[in-house]
Design a protein around this ligand. Structure first.
Ligand code: ZN
Length: 279
């Protein structure tokens, strides 16, 4: 008992010191190009994304209050998506699923309405898949609102990993262009090989015996088709992957603005409604 408490106190102290270092190194919030001072530590990927909350330390970023709180709805949507594949296996998963769903309800009611399938349609859909267990539920996870949330989350990955890799935030004139990939694109071999050729072995987060292997893997390289453009990458469980291109000025975007979702610093906290596109 005593040992256990000492260890926990040690961990808490280490965490405090780590957070202090994150804040001391900061020149401002990394999500709004330092427009506001960094006052909080943002965890990207969020703790909620990990089963049983077992998130290894690291990937902690200086953030202002508005960006930290304003992007938490993206964290919730992505944490929901993370649990779609593989899905619920244990009662602990099931309890966590309920928690994630109630968070979706709280912070993203528009998303919940889009995901909702009327019970009779849901039963029919599941019967057609050969699922007869009434404890299972189906949700629509491929709607345009979910797409807008996932694009913004992919951009959050870009802002964060760019800071991790370079020690600098994306400047005010900079932009992040993103594409996210569904599970079937990742595992159906439909990822363009030229996209990820330079990334090499993905990195993982690690803390003692806990690693993020298989849950969150990430990396960076350059985009083969325009080698000046850094490319950041993350894969979350078997559920989705995200690619983010970062440029330091708007004139050097690798794709036309209408072709890939494009984010400026500060955009992540704006309403997603104007970003929702059909298809
Ligand atoms: Zn900010």
């Amino acid at each position: 008992m005593y040992d256990c408490e000492t260890t926990e106190m040690g961990e808490a102290k280490k965490k405090q010191q780590r957070h202090r270092r994150v804040m001391q190194a900061a020149n401002g919030c990394i999500y709004c190009a330092g427009r506001r001072r960094a006052e909080q530590v943002d965890h990207m990927p969020p703790r909620m994304m990990f089963r049983l909350g077992q998130r290894p330390k690291g990937l902690e970023f200086p953030s202002c209050g508005p960006c930290n709180q304003g992007t938490s709805r993206l964290d919730v949507a992505a944490s929901f998506m993370a649990r779609t594949f593989p899905g619920i296996a244990t009662s602990a998963d099931s309890a966590e699923w309920d928690k994630v769903m109630s968070e979706v309800h709280r912070v993203a009611p528009d998303l919940l309405r889009e995901m909702w399938i009327p019970p009779h349609e849901m039963r029919q859909a599941m019967w057609s898949e050969g699922i007869f267990d009434r404890n299972f539920a189906a949700f629509r996870a491929d709607g345009p609102i979910m797409g807008a949330y996932m694009q913004a989350f992919a951009a959050k990955i870009g802002f964060a990993l760019h800071y991790e890799a370079t020690g600098n935030f994306v400047p005010p004139e900079g932009r992040v262009q993103v594409r996210w990939f569904t599970s079937s694109e990742v595992y159906g071999g439909r990822l363009p090989p030229s996209l990820f050729a330079s990334i090499g072995t993905p990195r993982i987060m690690q803390q003692g015996k806990i690693t993020s292997q298989g849950n969150f893997e990430y990396g960076w390289g350059t985009y083969l088709e325009s080698p000046d453009v850094p490319l950041y990458y993350a894969r979350v469980r078997e559920a989705f992957a995200a690619a983010a291109f970062v440029v330091l000025d708007e004139g050097s975007l690798p794709f036309p603005e209408g072709e890939l979702a494009t984010f400026a610093p500060g955009d992540l906290v704006m309403p997603l409604s104007d970003r929702i596109t059909a298809g």
